[in-house]
Design a protein around this ligand. Structure first.
Ligand SMILES: [Zn+2]
Ligand SMILES: [Zn+2]
Length: 260
């Protein structure tokens, strides 16, 4: 592959450290920041992600309808979701968490490139349409804990949710849910322990109840790893009277079994 065709992200990772190639990486970075360029390959595109990169990096993949894990054709839900259905009815997901989404999400999430929210939200919407996911009546951001929000100063789920609202003409809510505390790190804890850690982490404040009752809602987040936080948040919305809760994410970590 010629160097100029490499993505900007590849360029940063592999080319810039190489002697004499730094200028090429810089050129790619400058080009990708120009409006009208594909964020992945740097070629001209009015959408932020060109058609070729969309087809290549956000292809249709048969997934579990409820948790978005990859599935063999013919099955609607994975064995875990069949045995113990999550509270969200449908999961919209652009792609597995990996190249190039991992890099795009990292730049977006840590505030280096907040404008990527538009590209990511558009990709979510395209995936929802492709999979014929029903449109919710409103989008709700999966909230960060107050401590995380203070550390980061940037709420990535809200940035996605408000753009989804704008692009669909639906309402979007930043504070439909409140998150009271930080659960301990979850990656290695057993599933039952994770659920106990998160019990009561999300509440629907009194001022939001009217916007929840009887509504079909979509919770929005950037990445789903275990689904435990999203599950607890969806449960809180259902307990507050939501008619249905879906989950809309950019990327799904193809987790090993014990990390689901
Ligand atoms: Zn491209
Ligand atoms: Zn599943």
């Amino acid at each position: 592959m010629p160097v100029v065709a490499l993505s900007r992200l590849h360029a940063e990772k592999y080319i810039e450290p190489m002697q004499g190639a730094a200028n090429e990486g810089l050129a790619n970075r400058r080009r990708a920041r120009l409006p009208g360029c594909c964020e992945v390959c740097g070629t001209w595109s009015s959408d932020g992600l060109c058609a070729a990169c969309s087809a290549r990096f956000a292809p249709h993949v048969h997934r579990c309808r409820r948790c978005a894990l990859r599935l063999v054709d013919g099955l609607q839900v994975c064995t875990d979701c069949a045995r113990e259905p999550p509270p969200f009815a449908h999961c919209v997901c652009v792609a597995d968490y990996g190249y190039p989404w991992q890099g795009l999400i990292a730049r977006f999430k840590y505030g280096q490139a907040p404008e990527l929210a538009a590209l990511l939200a558009a990709a979510m919407l395209a995936s929802a349409d492709r999979d014929r996911a029903p449109r919710p009546q409103a989008f709700a951001a999966l909230p960060l804990s107050p401590r995380r929000l203070a550390e980061r100063g940037y709420d990535q789920a809200w940035e996605l949710a408000r753009r989804l609202g704008r692009q669909t003409g639906r309402a979007a809510h930043a504070r439909m849910l409140e998150r009271g505390f930080d659960a301990p790190p979850q990656a290695r804890s057993a599933r039952a322990q994770r659920m106990r850690n998160l019990k009561g982490a999300f509440t629907v404040p009194a001022h939001a109840r009217r916007q929840v009752e009887g509504r079909h809602l979509a919770l929005v987040d950037d990445v789903m790893t275990t689904g435990a936080s999203a599950g607890e948040a969806a449960r809180a919305l259902l307990e507050a009277g939501a008619a249905r809760v879906d989950l809309w994410i950019v990327a799904r970590t193809p987790a090993p079994r014990e990390d689901r």
